[in-house]
Design a protein around this ligand. Structure first.
Ligand code: SF4
Length: 73
C-alpha cells in the first residue's frame, strides 16, 4: 500500500518523492542503483528513501523495480 506525501524543500520548492511498499520490496536494490540523485539506499534488506529532498521525480526507480514496490506520485 502506498501513502504519498508532498515535501517542501529548504529553498521553497515542492517535491513528490517516491514511496516504497515494504510488503512488495525484496531489497533488490535496482532503484538505488538507477537513481541519479542517490535518494534511495538499501537498509536491512529494504529500499529506504533517505534523501527525499534530492528527488528530481525522474521515475527511474519506479520503472526499474521488478516488483512494483516503488511509486512516484
Ligand atoms: S524519481 Fe528519480 S530521482 Fe527520485 S528517487 Fe526515483 S530515481 Fe531517484
Amino acid at each position: 500500500m502506498f501513502g504519498f506525501f508532498i515535501l517542501k524543500t529548504p529553498k521553497g520548492g515542492v517535491v513528490l518523492p517516491p514511496v516504497v511498499d515494504l510488503k512488495k520490496c525484496t531489497g533488490a536494490g535496482v532503484c538505488a542503483e538507477v537513481c541519479p540523485a542517490n535518494v534511495i539506499e538499501i537498509q536491512n534488506g529494504k529500499a529506504v528513501v533517505v534523501r527525499p529532498e534530492d528527488c528530481i521525480e525522474c521515475r527511474a526507480c519506479e520503472a526499474s523495480c521488478p516488483n512494483g514496490a516503488i511509486k512516484v506520485p
